[in-house]
Design a protein around this ligand. Sequence first.
Ligand code: DQA
Length: 147
Amino acid sequence: MKLMVINGPNLNMLGIREPEIYGSATYDDLTAMIKAEAEMLGAEVELYQSNHEGELVDIIQSAYGRIDGIVINPAAYTHTSVALLDAVKAVGIPTVEVHISDPDTREDFRRVSYIRSACVATIKGRGFEGYLEAMRLLVNNSRENNG
Ligand code: DQA
């Protein structure tokens, strides 16, 4: 089982950006948690972070034929990007949308998620733990489907 975890713009600033919303732990702390969880699940994991929409599209496309599940926090591109939605649809890989905060309880413009309709689940408002829940969900679904 091979997972890909993708983080969008400004998530490299975790620990610095708006700690009252996103907490004081850093992006490095997040990657350490994800790698530890992957090991526990017996899965391989590739981690990416980009501030650029086109690069995020390239990363999603690079998963085609190689990766069994994608966890993505598209950050601000959640609310704007048809390109990321189309990329997830194009590769046809089970994908879980994750948000550290709960965007549905914040400004109105955060209530729209373009990518959501292409995702098997959305996990929001659970902090960093949400990424781990998403990984477990993908691994369990894959084990159920493949016996
Ligand atoms: C976010 C929520 C988005 O609205 C915001 O633009 C982000 C982070 C989250 O993880 O809570 O950058 O995706």
